[in-house]
Design a protein around this ligand. Sequence first.
Ligand code: AMP
Length: 494
Amino acid sequence: MTTREIPGNLDDLPNVNGDRLREECGVFGIYGHRDAAAITALGLHALQHRGEEAAGIVTFDGTLFHSERRLGLVEETFSKHQVIEQLPGDFAIGHVRYSTTGGTILRNVQPLFAELNSGGFAIAHNGNLTNGIALRRQLVREGAIMQSTSDTEAILHLVARSRRGLFVDKYIEALRALEGAYSLVALTNKKLIAARDPLGIRPLVLGELDGCPIVTSETCALDIIGARYIRDIENGEVLVFDEMGAQMHKPFPPTPARPCIFEYIYFARPDSIVGGRSVYEIRKNMGRELAREAPADADVVMPVPDSGVPASIGYAQASGIPYELGIIRNHYVGRTFIQPTQSIREWGVRLKHNANRAVVEGKRIALIDDSLVRGTTSVKIVQMMREAGATEVHFRIASPPITHPDYYGIDTPERDRLLAANHTIEEMRELIGADTLAFLSVDGIYRATGEAGRDPVRPQFTDHCFTGDYPTGLTDQHAHETPPRQLSLLAEAS
Ligand code: AMP
């Protein structure tokens, strides 16, 4: 999405590196359907996992743009008839937003909208610009008045300032100034425009319903409305829909795609097909690879629900150890990370999970989760298993240790809060309280996706969270690097 919030006071910029500023998002757009707003609302429902904090829809009715953007879940705003009725028009884009910050404000909720010389322009962004602050600084210095604290707004200004004649050329010129990850849907009074950054870091797919094109983050948003999947928007592609039909532009020098591996590990919904691959199957494969790389002497395999479920099915299948549900999840509690402070996050874990004593007591458990970030979940879950009578807990993580922050729109904190960035595996094991702890290797995740392993020269994905190999420039990061803060994880996790 839209990424990070940028402090109103630009002198405050060093703070933008704090983990409170990251966001994740989902986008949806439809061109030329009489139920555009209702369909977009349904699509956003399916993308809710990509952003629980706010949702918005902008429509165009041939004359006017209409907009509804609110904090809260999609259902809270867009299940109401009256709201959809106030969004007339056959053209719509929508957005769900997710940030770890408590400071989410309505003016940051997307789609962002502006009246340009060429007419109305709305934009929704999934991803994160790594030069958003530099762009904003420059724009503000040149007199731009910013309405939000989101870096996506820079795109509006860049389009508005372009001296190119055709709108598409203005838009492409704006995209050329961006660095980082962006999957965008934009709406003008004539066009729906989809665009994906040159490396295709965040997903974006093209579908069709009743002959009308749809562009959205994941295929699960096509499924919910019975739309047909056509293809993924390619890395570096700008696809324009207007009354002339569809025109594809490839304005960047061709380069191999580097989609984010974390979509497969955690972020995308398991029923989505991302990059032509089933997220569910890949997660199961990760579990299979993990069972091979890190077998456990256990009586049962159990997932940390829901994120660890597909991997633990794979682990159970490959190891032959029975699969049981040892932890029951309360589905009425949001994702752990939605809680803005560490103490509330810890609470969240307890609110969310309960041990199923009937299958845990007296058992040696292979406990599987998809990833370990701060370690908050793991500490609580292992303790919960022990309290429920587990005799041994062998914790297995179906991805490698996360040693580097993400700057492309996935919510991972800065290095000093990443458990694996600051501890050995043995230290982490002790901290978490498990009998054994093991992670899937980097080559293991690549094998799970069907590759032979990670190509060291041209990696097939971006895996910067595990390798520190960032595929783009990190202009803002380098400009505002602060000395690492003292590690406080031990205190937080205890
Ligand atoms: P932690 O408790 O901080 O180690 O976080 C690990 C848990 O958070 C795992 O169960 C993951 O499924 C989940 N997780 C991993 N990455 C993210 C993310 N970017 N946003 C929200 N949850 C995440």
